[in-house]
Design a binder for this molecule. Structure first.
Ligand code: FAD
Ligand code: MLT
Ligand code: ZN
Length: 488
């Protein structure tokens, strides 16, 4: 397999990669043709305007783009791609630009195709909860519209205010509700996708059941903009819960945290809606950098915290179920401290402790971010191994994540982008994960950051098949080059 970039230069900048000579350079002709498609308000070329689209949320992936295009319809997306394919112009699909692996930002001069103006909800079926919408709908706004009908989106994540449903599908985002509603692979019913050559694929069924041949939409779920541009999504909304209760628990060991999760599944069953964890270091960072108060003020900073949420429909006894569950945990000394939110405001404050860790880390320093699936019993061993291995080089070494999904977010910070620290972490972190048959990307995808790491989690045969599919759907390789797959 051809190695196409060096890891020695500044890790995620254009200098560390090599622009593929097969792509054409953007010209005045392209600007004219493309603005004819999207109109004068649908194209940005001034670097002052395009910079936010070529810089990611972490600010660690900073590329450049020749133009940002903001189509308003599937027909416009199709016309853009037809032009770019004919002209060999590389294109990066972009939703809310909240991705954490550099998948949605251009590197050299690729055109950004932003779905931000495609934000119409086409239909909400009040009886079935089946929703049909455009890819650019922002998750939080979509969820608010669903609330009017007693429904909720089946996925929820801390970036809800900016991420778009198309981006969620393209990354197969996990988030905090996966433990209850499963992955988007199950709740997405249909997709509308535009292929690299501009062909519109109408997989927009709204059926719960459809076993006629291969389920082609699955190819595009989690494909990170490399196989096609998602323009429409049909999904099954979930019933909105009426009673929501949040408990925040402190544990003295990770094993106790696992036991809390195990019992929460058994005892809370269908009303369990989230089970998240964070360590004492994560708590220290949200206190220090965001001023979020430790709910156990005046008591020690415990090594582990578990957030358990239950949610039930009208008339359900989910609140009392949670209370009894908590009493038993205390009695059996599985938790050393705990708090049950008295109202929605307190529940939001408890959730902020967990959801805003990424923000606190960004303030702490340059963040080395890892998102791993591991067997639950070994999940935190990696954080401990990393602390030992990095010694004093790292500023903070933090572990948190989606306990119920076996998903660890391991983050290390340094005052500046430290190659020395990066080399101590990698490839160790990936080798350690692979040796436990874990995944080097649980939910964020591979993007630019981890395209070279796919073989830690996928066999050569699987990678070959992915490359074959890529060649079939995008023979010129114009869609999101340098990302997700090794160079083809
Ligand atoms: P972008 O960042 O714009 O793009 C992400 C990828 O999808 C890129 O490769 C892009 O090319 C592709 N893409 C985007 N739109 C399309 C489209 N219409 N068609 C084809 N390809 C497309 N992720 C989780 O999984 N779980 C979490 O809990 C979680 N929490 C987060 C919390 C914070 C504070 C932040 C900043 C991020 C978090 N993320 C999480 C990561 C991120 O929000 C998700 O990956 C999200 O799904 C990305 O959506 P987006 O619209 O921002 O996509
Ligand atoms: C989270 O669960 O908070 C997100 O995936 C973001 C992160 O990994 O920091
Ligand atoms: Zn996460």
């Amino acid at each position: 397999m051809k190695k196409f970039f060096s890891r020695s230069a500044s890790r995620f900048s254009a200098a560390a990669f090599q622009r593929s000579a097969k792509f054409a350079k953007f010209t005045e002709f392209d600007a004219r043709e493309l603005s004819r498609i999207v109109g004068p308000n649908g194209i940005l070329t001034d670097p002052n305007d395009t910079t936010p689209y070529s810089t990611d949320w972490t600010r660690q992936f900073q590329g450049a783009t020749a133009a940002v295009l903001k189509p308003k319809s599937t027909a416009e997306v199709a016309a853009i791609l037809r032009h770019c394919n004919d002209r060999n112009l590389a294109v990066v699909p972009q939703g809310g630009n909240t991705g954490l692996v550099g998948g949605g930002v251009p590197l050299f001069d690729e055109i950004v195709l932003s779905t931000s103006r495609m934000n119409e909800i086409r239909a909400i079926d009040a009886t079935t909860g089946i929703v049909v919408c455009e890819a650019g709908c922002v998750l939080e706004r979509l969820d608010a519209r669903l609330a009017e009908h007693g429904y909720a989106a089946p996925v929820d994540l801390g970036s809800r205010g900016s991420c778009q449903i198309g981006g969620n599908v393209a990354t197969n985002a996990g988030g905090t509700r996966l433990v209850r509603y499963g992955s988007l692979r199950g709740t997405v019913l249909g997709l509308e996708v535009v292929k690299a050559d501009g062909t519109v694929l109408d997989f927009m069924t709204s059926l719960r059941k459809d076993n006629t041949g291969f389920d082609l939409k699955q190819l595009f779920i989690g494909s990170e903009g490399t196989l096609g541009v998602i323009t429409g999504v049909s999904f099954l909304a979930v019933q909105r819960s009426v009673t929501v209760d949040v408990a925040y628990l402190a544990c003295s060991s990770f094993n106790d945290a696992i036991e809390v999760y195990r019992r929460s599944r058994r005892r809370l069953g269908e009303v369990l809606s989230a089970c998240e964890f964070m360590d004492g270091e994560a708590m220290r960072l949200v206190n220090t950098h965001l001023g979020l108060e430790n709910p156990f003020l005046g008591r020690p900073n415990y090594p582990f915290y578990v957030l358990v949420e239950t949610a039930g429909s009208a008339g359900s006894n989910s609140s009392s179920q949670l209370e009894t569950f908590l009493e038993d945990l205390f009695e059996e000394k599985l938790v050393c401290d705990g708090i049950l939110a008295a109202d929605g405001r307190q529940a939001t404050a408890l959730w902020a402790l967990r959801e805003r860790i990424a923000e606190a880390l960004r303030i702490d320093g340059y963040v080395h971010k890892y998102d791993l699936s591991l067997p639950l019993s070994q999940l935190y061993e990696l954080v401990e191994a990393m602390r030992k291995r990095t010694g004093g080089i790292a500023k903070s070494v933090v572990g948190y994540g989606h306990l119920g999904d076996g998903n660890l977010h391991l983050n290390l910070t340094s005052d500046e982008n430290s190659e020395q620290l990066a080399n101590v972490i990698e490839p160790f972190v990936y080798e350690w994960t692979a040796s436990r048959r874990g995944s080097v990307s649980a939910e964020h995808g591979l993007g630019l950051m981890k395209a070279h790491c796919i073989s830690y989690s996928k066999s050569p045969e699987a990678i070959q098949m992915m490359m074959d599919l890529k060649r079939m759907l995008d023979p010129k390789g114009i869609l999101n080059p340098y990302k997700t797959l090794p160079m083809y």
